[in-house]
Write a protein that binds this ligand. Structure first.
Ligand code: URA
Length: 233
């Protein structure tokens, strides 16, 4: 446990005096609640925000990123712009990695964390964490496609997908829910139907929904409630 003003000052962004002023002004939240007491002792792992922005610490970190197209999810692809490049300096060296990957041209919800055991659990194939995507294809999507997704699509290489759901939104647009995470899964499922994907965005990952207020490339710390929901998953 450490004093709140010291935790803020340790980030190097504010002096101890500035930190105390921020706290007294009600601009600092601890676990989602405003704290106006600079001497308040906080856990190493407590989520702290200043003006709604998460600040670094030493505990586990859970961030929601609205991934834009053109950046790669892997953290170490030489020469490529990675999702970690979208975060500020204070998140460097925190051991963050994406829990699951999105293709370079896929947008939307990506969970970044340094909590290995949680990520491992969420990605375990037997856990069947739901993933929901908004998708646009060349051509039209029809009730037969929805039925095929419900029955379990067989990919080009013979792999059988678990049944999913395809909600038709008109023309070549749909919302697709899958309960596993095979490589390029949505694109391969719809390619198997002769409907090449031209746009893909993840809207949900398990209990997490993409925050509509996050611009492309924007991110925020998960709320306590969101973190709790992930642990219940
Ligand atoms: N399915 C895909 O084909 N690509 C993604 O990025 C995610 C799911």
């Amino acid at each position: 446990m450490e004093r709140l003003d010291k935790r803020l000052a340790n980030t190097g962004k504010w002096s101890r005096k500035e930190a105390r002023e921020l706290i007294r002004a009600g601009r600092v939240q601890v676990e989602g609640a405003v704290c106006r007491v600079p001497e308040q002792k906080v856990e190493e792992t407590a989520n702290l925000t200043v003006d709604g922005e998460a600040i670094g610490g030493s505990g586990p970190v859970y961030l929601m990123l609205n991934k834009p197209a053109g950046v790669v999810s892997s953290t170490d692809e030489p020469g490529a712009r990675t999702v970690l490049d979208l975060l500020g300096e204070e998140w460097r060296n925190r051991g963050l990695f994406p829990a699951g990957r999105l293709d370079k041209d896929t947008e939307g919800l990506l969970l970044l964390t340094n909590d290995g055991p949680l990520a491992h659990r969420l990605l375990a194939p037997k856990r069947h964490v739901d993933k929901v995507y908004y998708v646009e294809v060349d051509g039209t999507l029809d009730p037969e496609d929805a039925e095929a997704v419900r029955a379990g699509i067989v990919l080009g290489d013979g792999t059988v997908c678990r049944p999913g759901e395809l909600e038709l939104l008109g023309e070549g647009r749909a919302r697709i829910t899958i309960h596993e995470g095979k490589y390029h899964q949505v694109k391969r499922m719809l390619a198997a139907r002769g409907k090449p994907v031209r746009y893909l965005r993840r809207e949900r990952f398990g209990p997490l929904a993409l925050d509509q207020n996050l611009p492309k490339g924007g991110w925020r710390a998960l709320t306590e409630g969101e973190i709790r929901a992930l642990f219940r998953q």
